[in-house]
Design a protein around this ligand. Structure first.
Ligand code: ZN
Length: 538
């Protein structure tokens, strides 16, 4: 590996001085991407799980590559930006919960009708007789002039939320995203809202329709290991629809009645008449991990203070000795050694392109535990957050061949999508958006943590209209290898499509990096008001 890399750098040096000054995107090559995927997905990296020796080797490899490419550490003298994660696992035998209201206690079957846990980071949490308040969808959305709290003081209470967005139509138009879920509809948002309002806990009402999956998908969350997120609450829970119906009846309505009540603009929080008592014991398991960040300083003395960020998660699922068969290693070649390799190769092109703005490349940790590395990155950013003006994220890019189309999630949300479309068109390609908007994919990878802070972001996706004959059926390949030990680099992978898509992404980001104005969300977007506050814009 060492020899091949040295040779690659020699070639890079020669090209940079000659032909590549004209087209830096030609520095993004199939051989370059393949070499990095091969290194990161090797068995010696042991599946790159947070806190493992394999992960440390991945961090060392990425740091060495960043240095060889010509990036500086984003902060201090190390590319690694360490942070601590807390794994939290409730002790089921030693934890109890009781909810009582008009007519007596609510029947609870743990992990069947109700599941609960704590993210307080405390070994023991006790709540006694805490009132439960129904807060509807619990949404505060200034751009829609929507506020479910109406100034109510809900601190110290347990908040009961509906999942999803308020299904509101005004003047024949969906007020929120319509069938496309907005961030306000995500259950993570509900827990964040509860924490923001100083609540003791949050319970989300599950219905199959509002969640788009059955209760069994979330039903044992409380007995799994949960990682610290952007919310710490003494109590988090999901309740099933049958139990929710009982609560609604005791409030003098029905579950449908609660949904009807909550979709009104004049909704305000309602006491349920129920009180909650719980004792939760949690085993806390701290893990040290690192994001890896390198930066290329911009050429414009003023604009260099603004950074365009590329993110790709390098972590994967590690090793599981309990797996039957000889192979126990989750190599994560596609997920997401391929994305990490892609942004490292985009970095080579940027070094040659000398952009006006600075470009920061961040290989993020702990995505598989719930985009935790990118959350930690924005929370403790190595530079002030308002000096980051865009994020481009790559997670499981094209590996099957060249397509007539290129796709991006967030295509219609910001200037980044507009520029992406322009570049694609110039290359004779069709730019398409999220193939499945109701799945809320925008909210499920690392770019969402930037978006939530106000930073415009775009998440590259593989096109589906293939020019090249396929060795693999992409859907069947995903079905067979996604999150399996068999996600390994194969000689048949076709990196021509990866290269083409990364050149489109590079050219998009280069335009953004050289533009006079920084990118912004389209007017009325859910992240626009946060964007204005972050950058002090109107
Ligand atoms: Zn994954």
């Amino acid at each position: 590996m060492q020899d091949i890399r040295a040779l690659g750098l020699l070639v890079l040096g020669t090209l940079a001085g000659t032909a590549c000054a004209a087209d830096p995107s030609s520095l993004i090559t199939a051989d370059g991407i393949r070499a990095d995927v091969s290194a990161l997905a090797a068995d010696s990296m042991e599946g790159r799980a947070p806190g493992t020796p394999g992960e440390a080797r991945a961090v060392a490899y990425i740091s060495a590559q960043f240095k060889a490419i010509g990036l500086e550490p984003a902060a201090g003298d190390s590319y690694a930006l360490p942070f601590e994660l807390l794994g939290m696992k409730k002790n089921d035998e030693r934890s109890t919960i009781a909810i009582t209201g008009p007519g007596g206690p609510l029947p609870i079957t743990n992990d069947v009708t109700f599941t609960y846990w704590s993210t307080a980071g405390e070994a023991t949490v006790d709540l006694r007789n805490v009132p439960i308040v129904f807060v509807g969808y619990g949404v505060e959305a200034p751009e829609y002039e929507w506020d479910d709290y109406k100034g109510a003081d809900v601190a110290g209470k347990v908040l009961l939320f509906l999942n999803n967005d308020p299904p509101v139509e005004e003047n024949g138009q969906a007020l929120f995203g319509g069938p496309a879920r907005t961030y306000y509809g995500r259950w993570t948002y509900k827990f964040e809202q509860a924490a923001k309002h100083g609540a003791a806990g949050a319970i989300v009402i599950h219905t199959t329709q509002s969640a788009s999956y059955p209760f069994s998908v979330v039903g044992n969350t409380g007995s799994r290991e949960n990682w610290d997120r952007t919310y710490d609450l003494d109590l988090l829970a999901w309740v099933d629809s049958t139990s929710s119906e009982r609560v609604a009846r005791a409030m003098g309505t029905t579950l449908t009645g609660l949904f009807d009540m909550a979709k009104r603009r004049d909704f305000s929080p309602k006491p349920t008449g129920f009180r909650l008592t719980t004792h939760i014991e949690t085993t806390i398991h701290p893990v040290e991990t690192s994001n890896v960040a390198g930066v290329l300083r911009g050429s414009d003395p003023t604009l260099a203070a603004q950074n365009i960020v590329f993110t790709a998660h390098y972590d994967h699922l590690g090793v599981n000795p309990a797996i039957p068969g000889d192979d126990k290693i989750f190599n994560g070649a596609w997920d997401n050694a391929s994305g990490t390799a892609s942004i490292m190769n985009i970095a080579k092109a940027f070094v040659a392109a000398k952009p006006r703005r600075s470009i920061m490349f961040v290989a993020v940790a702990a995505e598989e535990g719930g985009t935790l590395g990118s959350a930690a990155f924005v929370e403790h950013a190595p530079i002030p957050l308002n000096q980051i003006v865009a994020d481009f994220n790559v997670d499981m890019p094209q590996i099957f061949g060249v397509t007539h189309d290129v796709a991006a999630i967030g295509l219609d949300m910001s200037d980044l999508g507009t520029t992406f479309k322009e570049v694609a068109e110039k290359e004779g390609l069709r730019a398409t958006g999220d193939p499945n908007p109701n799945a809320g994919s925008f909210y499920r990878s690392d770019q969402v943590n930037f978006a939530k802070m106000g930073v415009p972001s775009l998440y590259l996706q593989a096109g589906t209209d293939y020019v090249t004959p396929l060795t693999f059926d992409p859907a069947a390949y995903e079905e067979q290898h996604y999150h399996q030990v068999s996600d390994e680099l194969l000689p048949e992978w076709n990196f021509e499509g990866t290269v083409r898509d990364m050149r489109v992404l590079f050219k998009t980001a280069l335009r953004v990096a050289n533009a006079d104005a920084q990118p912004r969300w389209v007017p009325g977007n859910e992240f626009e008001s946060t964007w204005k506050a972050l950058y002090g814009k109107q």
